[in-house]
Write a protein that binds this ligand. Structure first.
Ligand code: SF4
Length: 426
């Protein structure tokens, strides 16, 4: 059973009388378990829907959907599938105490992998899940492989029950499912020869594995540092060399690089990022793979929409990771607008200085960095640092932050979005 959260006006759902709190029970006699059932089973033009209205009345609709008319039903959020692993590098263990409850949930949910690109390990699939991945063609899925050797993978996941990933990928691949894979690089465990083997095994799976990224493990000051450490510069260089060897082979044989280093891997290795064209459709940019080049392409594409900013100073708030890379990105925007873009690199006071990504910056640290900056005409903040409710990781509302700093702030994914749409105060 799934429950309706809201119904859009002028939609089929509203016409049927569905209301918040309505329980959606079955489509064509098939019980509804979650949003996937709802979306896939109601995709046809004709179907029956069994529902229980908020006052308890059970009703069966015979629905013929006029072409293009949406159901307009938003469902209550799904119950997240919990993770069965206990990785030493788990980001949840790296959280300080006192954050909002959802941040302590270890999710490992193939449904969110399909819908949002969250990485899943496929270690908690029931036969029923396997069947619906195939039936609904939930593809591509984003999979945390880490290592293809069964013992090493089980050790990394701290899960003695984790299935053998290569046969799993092959089995799904034979049924049309495709994957983007990631390897979180844990020095001394899955680097060196293990990384070589993992990349070779994944390449050997064939076209079912669309891409593989290698991402250096990220730890906070609360992580289990007695058990896991970050890679050194030379370890990152060695990993990049392995990535680049596979990419060269894939380019020759498959005409795509296939194997990618995360931006952080290049940064920590002290090496230059590949050009934007290397990343194709930027399939793993949410995973920090090609994110900088993606940003550059977005800015380049919107240069003609940017306002004249001659004489203005724009603060660009970011984390330490992007600090050295941002000048690349901002130079073009400055050239096109005449404005002066000034980086405000903020240290993470919540997770510790080792956490350098902009998306995890707490509101309090941003506020402290901007409080005395009355010289700025406006400040661009990383939009990914706030959730759907406008809260930073430390529960500081973006609105409150705006009241406490001397310049207007704009939440922005790529600078161009905020500047072009909202402009900059005179
Ligand atoms: S797979 Fe590992 S890192 Fe991911 S949520 Fe589970 S324990 Fe945490």
């Amino acid at each position: 059973m799934i429950r309706v959260q809201s119904v859009a006006p002028d939609s089929l759902g509203a016409e049927l009388g569905l209301a918040p709190g309505t329980e959606l029970l079955a489509v064509n006699g098939r019980a509804l378990e979650d949003f996937l059932d709802w979306e896939f089973l109601t995709a046809d033009d004709r179907f029956t829907l069994a529902a229980r209205l908020p006052l308890g009345e059970e009703i069966e609709y015979d629905i013929e959907r006029p072409e293009g008319l949406p159901m307009g039903v938003t469902l209550e959020p799904p119950r997240i599938r919990r993770c069965a692993n206990h990785c030493d590098f788990c980001f949840v263990d790296g959280n300080p105490q006192g954050l909002r409850a959802p941040l302590y949930i270890r999710d490992d949910d193939y449904r969110l992998s399909f819908r949002y690109g969250n990485f899943a390990t496929l270690t908690n699939l029931k036969p029923w899940d396997v069947a619906r991945i195939v039936e609904y063609r939930l593809s591509p899925l984003y999979v945390s492989v880490h290592a293809t050797d069964l013992t090493v993978r089980r050790w990394l996941l701290r899960n003695p029950e984790a299935p053998d990933i290569v046969p799993q990928l092959v089995w799904f691949g034979e049924r049309g499912i495709r994957f983007h894979a990631q390897v979180v690089l844990v020095p001394g465990v899955n680097d060196g020869a293990e990384l070589e083997r993992t990349l070779d095994d994944l390449y050997g799976v064939g076209p079912a594995v669309l891409s593989v990224s290698v991402v250096p493990v990220a730890l906070t000051e609360f992580s289990k540092r007695q058990l896991v450490r970050e890679p050194t510069q030379s370890e990152c260089r060695a990993a990049l060399a392995a990535v680049e060897r596979r990419a060269a082979r894939a380019l020759a044989e498959r005409q795509v690089p296939w194997c990618y280093g995360a931006d952080d891997l290049y940064l920590q290795a002290g090496e230059i990022l590949p050009e934007a064209a290397w990343y194709g459709d930027f399939e793993q940019r949410e995973n920090g793979v090609g994110a900088v080049r993606y940003l550059q392409t977005r800015i380049a594409a919107s240069l003609d929409r940017l306002p004249d900013l001659t004489g203005k100073r724009i603060g660009v708030v970011t984390g330490a990771a992007m600090g050295p890379l941002m000048p690349l990105v901002l130079a073009e925007a400055a050239r096109a607008t005449g404005g002066r873009f000034e980086l405000v690199v903020v240290a993470n006071t919540l997770f510790g200085p080792s956490v350098t990504t902009a998306g995890l910056l707490p509101g309090a640290a941003i506020e402290a960095a901007l409080r005395e900056r009355a010289d700025l005409a406006c400040a661009l903040l990383p939009a990914e640092a706030v959730n759907d409710d406008g809260l930073f990781m430390d529960d500081v509302p973006a609105e409150r932050l705006a009241e406490r700093v001397p310049m207007p702030i704009r939440l922005s994914y790529d600078f161009a979005d905020a500047l072009a749409l909202e402009g900059v105060p005179a």
